[in-house]
Design a protein around this ligand. Structure first.
Ligand code: UDP
Ligand code: MG
Length: 318
């Protein structure tokens, strides 16, 4: 009987330092489970020695496939590229920096064998990350959980195993603005969380600074919710109602006590306030319109510079 195929998918951007530490850990973990284990590394347009490092790893291990994108497309596109190149079996996504411990792979596989399609790691502890990142991440998951109709598990990153049918489902989603956490939730099927403590980065620096994370959060919210547009409607309604009440009061006041031509400050305040509200609403529409524009261009999600499939081994040799 042939073994189930499991491909570990690792997207890396400038991770030359950590990959040589990561690979033996993955290999050791795969050896513990009876699967036809493969590893696929994606070089997301790195500028350091990541590609030669990957080639070195692939030369020494026939189960390793390599994919290099034509430039840096970002983690979400890199993962999409990787998952597109997994031709059989299940896939397990892992960060290159060792923050998602490969030692948990046997637990993920055990859940897969129990029949789950989406096994994801949920962080119960984040080490080596500042309080600001932890607090904002915590807040973000709560906000998006409220706003989005798609269930998005809290404190869950991209560390997950997808069964073949979940993988096939995910491949059908070709939107340009890819908020992977949401896409995983959208496909549904049986999912289960595995709690784990997130370790600090093995080496190198995080690629996600605050500005990038802020944009990532906006991406998530606009990709999975139109609630902000509705909020603009309600804000408009509330302002109009308040303005109406105020207008009635001004007229009554003028009728009762006369009008001593004052009101420049009130006028300014109201005009500026309304101007601000209108600009916010316009900006909101613009956010969605911009995404529509990106989508309408129908560009490919990524371009491949080179693809080096695993030389392959018979499953018995593992
Ligand atoms: N990554 C990528 N492309 C990018 C940025 C990051 O493939 O443009 C990869 C990176 O190499 C790592 C993973 O995404 O494997 C997570 O990145 P990082 O550790 O910097 O993020 P953090 O854990 O700090 O959120
Ligand atoms: Mg990391």
């Amino acid at each position: 009987m042939s073994l189930d195929r499991l491909t570990v998918v690792v997207a890396a951007y400038n991770e030359a330092e950590v990959l040589p530490m990561l690979h033996p850990r993955i290999v050791a973990a795969l050896a513990q489970v009876g699967v036809d284990g493969r590893v696929l590394y994606i070089d997301d347009g790195s500028r350091d020695g990541t590609w030669p490092t990957m080639q070195g790893i692939a030369n020494g291990d026939r189960r390793v496939s390599l994919l290099r994108l034509s430039r840096n497309f970002g983690k979400e596109a890199a993962l999409t590229a990787g998952l597109d190149h997994v031709d059989a079996g299940a896939a397990l996504i892992l960060d290159a920096d060792g923050q998602d411990p490969p030692e948990l792979i046997p637990q993920f596989v055990a859940k897969w064998r129990e029949g789950y399609d989406d096994v994801h790691g949920t962080r119960v502890l984040r080490e080596g990350e500042g309080w600001l990142k932890r607090v904002t991440a915590h807040g973000f998951y709560r906000v998006i959980g409220r706003l989005s109709k798609t269930p998005i598990p809290q404190d869950t990153g991209d560390f997950r195993l997808l069964s073949p049918r979940a993988l096939a489902a995910l491949r059908q989603l070709r939107e340009r603005h890819r908020f992977m956490k949401g896409l995983f939730g959208w496909i549904g099927f049986n999912s289960v969380a595995i709690p784990y403590a997130r370790e600090p980065r093995a080496a190198g620096r995080s690629k996600f600074g605050f500005w990038k994370l802020w944009n990532f959060a906006l991406e998530g919210i606009t990709s999975f919710s139109t609630a902000p547009l509705r909020a603009a409607t309600y804000l408009g309604l509330a302002t109009a109602f308040a303005a109406f009440v105020y207008a009635v009061w001004i007229v009554l006041k003028a009728l009762l006590w006369g009008d001593a031509v004052a009101g420049w400050p009130t006028m300014m305040a109201v005009i500026l306030f309304l101007g601000g509200v209108q600009l916010i609403a316009l900006g909101l529409i613009g956010e969605y319109l911009g995404r529509l524009y990106e989508e309408s261009k129908q560009r490919p999600l990524y371009l491949v510079d080179s693809w080096q499939p695993a030389a392959g081994v018979s499953s018995a040799a593992i």
